[in-house]
Ligand binder design. Structure first.
Ligand code: FCB
Length: 460
């Protein structure tokens, strides 16, 4: 890696009406476990070996105590919008019942602080942190979790609908369903393909119920954020496996939202894992309740190959995440980020196209995009030309996609801060602002200065 100054990376002409922001998520930054109920990720973090460096959700970035400083950083960046997530267990400890006044107060201060700075609050209700009590009762394999989620949505809408500009129900439901219940890499660490399919369904049922409750309580601009990943193969022999991976990664969510139900091929291929008895036909219109926008989080591409072709070089995705698929493996191509994810900017256009084809007429926001970059020394922690180039190349692709007619209206960089990267703990850094894990000190990286300049030059 070279230490070129990020100022060497070209500027972009971003239209004034294209919304630019940054994103974070509750468990990854908030800390302050004393001020909220426990969640599945706290329990997972207590399981030896589940999180590579043994990091836990407290203090994370200590955002609950340092949010004023983070608001100042957002103001300095000049973002139009800030995408944050509510912690369900902070709003309703235990997941069901009375909301916590202290929890709502914290989000009041955050939302009011954004509005005072002219930054649009963009809130997500669920970014994988299920209250522990609900997880212990089966989590998302349990229909009651979807019902509890809808009640939680009502609490938030009644409290915040006058101040939150745009709402998402779920962030990337594929991850908690398939990384959490099938592969076991994420909380709750279960390895049951059938449970993952049930979790996927109940997440989407919870989404549909929540949209209805949000709308009835006066909230506007309602959507969901997916991680549609273009899924491709060169080898025709891998066509069937590729279709199945595309089914679990992409078509399942898009078809449910579009009112087409669960793809027939997935139902057939997974019949040895589940009898699908959790699917009730009368739910399907609820799941497909109309949304006002859809979010796409893009990082990389799925390249499906045979197990023989992948050999021992397989990294990134693996077959445990796609239950019911014919035998397959993944072979990303260099260059890689520090996550081992292939850098492939054209994939973001492919993903946007797939979303736009599946949900015609629904505006799209890129809700997350960014790169983890290896830090070999203190200098690397601030001079991050690889991340800046990644952001540049992906934003340029998104603007091209917009010019070609895809209705994409905004972009959010992941992430405002270095934070707890789930099972990777503090070992993978996505922030445009450095956070010292020991002291919590925030230091803008070169990528933050570049991003800030792109936002400022829009009015030039
Ligand atoms: C996304 C997650 C986000 C972060 C990035 C790197 O899948 O939504 O929390 O972990 O990946």
């Amino acid at each position: 890696m070279t230490n070129d100054d990020a100022s060497a990376i070209p500027d972009l002409d971003i239209p004034q009406d294209f919304e630019m922001g940054v994103a974070t998520s509750a468990w990854q930054i908030e800390g302050d476990l004393a001020g909220r109920g426990r969640c599945n990720w706290d329990d997972f973090a207590d399981t030896p070996g589940a999180i590579v460096d043994g990091a836990t959700g407290d203090p994370a970035c200590d955002h609950v105590h340092r949010y004023e400083e983070d608001l100042e950083l957002l103001d300095w960046l000049g973002v139009d919008a800030y995408s944050f997530t509510f912690s369900w267990a902070r709003v309703i400890p235990g997941g069901i019942g009375q909301p916590s006044t202290a929890g709502l107060d914290f989000y009041d201060r955050l939302v009011d602080g954004l509005l005072a700075r002219g930054i649009r609050p963009f809130a997500t209700l669920f970014h994988w942190d299920t209250p522990s009590e609900l997880e212990q009762a089966g989590g998302w394999t349990n229909r009651a979790t979807a019902e509890a989620f809808a009640d939680y949505a009502s609490v938030l809408a009644e409290h915040f609908s006058d101040r939150i500009e745009r709402w998402a129900t779920l962030n990337e439901p594929w991850c908690p369903a398939f990384l959490g219940y099938a592969a076991g890499y994420f909380a709750p660490g279960r390895k049951e393909g059938g449970a993952a399919l049930s979790a996927a369904y109940h997440l989407m049922l919870g989404h549909g119920m929540a949209i209805d409750r949000l709308r009835s309580a006066g909230a506007r601009n309602l959507g969901i954020i997916l991680n549609i990943i273009p899924t491709v193969a060169d080898d025709p022999a891998m066509a069937e496996a590729t279709h199945h991976v595309d089914g679990i990664q992409n078509r399942l969510w898009l078809d449910l939202l579009a009112g087409r139900g669960i793809p027939a091929d997935l139902r057939d291929n997974c019949s040895s894992l589940t009898d699908w008895s959790f699917v009730h036909d009368e739910d399907l219109p609820i799941v497909a309740t109309p949304i006002d926008w859809v979010g796409e989080n893009y990082y990389s591409v799925n390249r499906v190959v045979s197990v023989e072709e992948a050999g021992s070089a397989a990294i990134g995705q693996d077959a445990s995440m796609f239950p019911g698929a014919p035998e397959h493996a993944f072979a990303p191509r260099p260059p890689f980020t520090d996550m081992g994810w292939e850098v492939f900017p054209p994939g973001i256009t492919m993903a946007l196209q797939q979303v736009s084809d599946a949900l015609p007429g629904v505006p799209i926001y890129v809700c997350e995009n960014g790169a983890a970059v290896e830090e070999n020394n203190d200098d690397d922690a601030i001079r991050d030309p690889i991340r800046t180039q990644y952001l540049h190349d992906h934003i340029a692709e998104v603007l091209r996609a917009r010019n070609s007619g895809i209705d994409v209206r905004g972009y959010n960089a992941w992430s405002l801060l270095d934070n707890l990267e789930w099972a990777s703990g503090w070992t993978k850094k996505f922030g445009i602002i450095r956070v010292d894990p020991d002291t919590g000190t925030r230091t803008p990286k070169d990528s933050a200065s570049w991003y800030r300049r792109q936002l400022a030059r829009r009015s030039a």
